[in-house]
Design a protein around this ligand. Structure first.
Ligand code: 6PG
Length: 249
């Protein structure tokens, strides 16, 4: 599904409403929600919208677990950190327990080690029984299921830190991987979730701004298989709903 908006303000309001609705439904159904935040700049206004008084104090944040789709290999308080952007825009202002914030740690000795540790963390989280879970204990899942994955797309069709030509796209085994420095903008090394994991989502929401990206989206939608060769975003085919929110500017 595609929803078009004239500006990023309208897109961000719609995205915030969708996030609240999805988290509330998941908490109601199973006692908790697990969502993945995107980095970059487009989502900032969405996060700021969620930090407004009418949503910041909602009880649902107590049971919402927040993960990241990717992170730059910089300290957590660095201006280029995806965690730092979300923390400033939202996390520091909403009623969410620190234990619910699962940032990709960049204090390890290498991005490769950080990727291994984040994958372990995700496996522990999704395997540990959830005391608050209302439904009978879910059967052991080999792959987790996020309630919501937020994604952006670069003007080269990258998403998360999956850049054109990366061997990670068809990888079915890895959940999290390191990306060498010098590829993205900023050119820091990165840690990224793989399509195999990002696609384990009941709801996936792309936040896209600008006409050049709209052209890429149109190409992806009209030739999904062919564009997989060019655009990593074409590899996002989630288990559940895929929604593109697109702003003219
Ligand atoms: C990152 C992001 C990246 C981002 C796109 C789009 O770490 O850079 O995760 O995938 O979503 O580059 O960024 P904008 O939304 O700022 O255009």
């Amino acid at each position: 599904m595609i929803r078009n908006f004239t500006g990023i303000e309208q897109l961000s309001k719609a995205a915030a409403a969708y996030i609240i609705h999805t988290v509330a439904s998941a908490v109601e159904l199973k006692g908790f929600a697990a969502i993945v935040l995107s980095g970059g700049s487009t989502p900032r206004l969405t996060y700021e919208t969620l930090s407004k008084p009418e949503t910041a104090g909602k009880q649902l944040w107590q049971k919402c677990h927040i993960f990241w789709g990717d992170e730059r290999w910089v300290p957590a308080n660095h201006p280029e950190s995806n965690f730092a952007m979300a923390d400033r825009a939202m996390l520091a202002k909403i009623r969410i327990p620190a234990r619910n914030i699962h940032r990709i740690k960049t204090e390890y000795h290498s991005p490769e080690k950080a990727a291994i540790e984040y994958e372990k963390h995700l496996k522990n989280f999704f395997r540990a029984p959830k005391p608050a879970q209302k439904t009978r204990s879910a059967p052991e899942r080999t792959m987790p299921l996020f309630d919501l994955v937020l994604l952006g797309m670069g003007s080269d069709g990258h998403t998360a830190s999956l850049f054109p030509g990366t061997p990670l796209l068809p990888d079915k085994k890895k959940w999290v991987a390191a990306v060498p420095a010098g590829i993205g903008n900023p050119p820091a090394a990165r840690i990224t979730l793989t399509p195999a994991l990002l696609n384990q989502a009941k709801n996936s929401l792309f936040l896209i701004g600008g006409s050049e990206k709209r052209k890429i989206l149109a190409e992806i939608l009209s030739h999904p298989e062919k564009t997989k060769k060019k655009y990593p975003a074409a590899w996002i085919k989630p288990a559940g709903k895929l929604i593109w929110l697109v702003a003219e500017k």
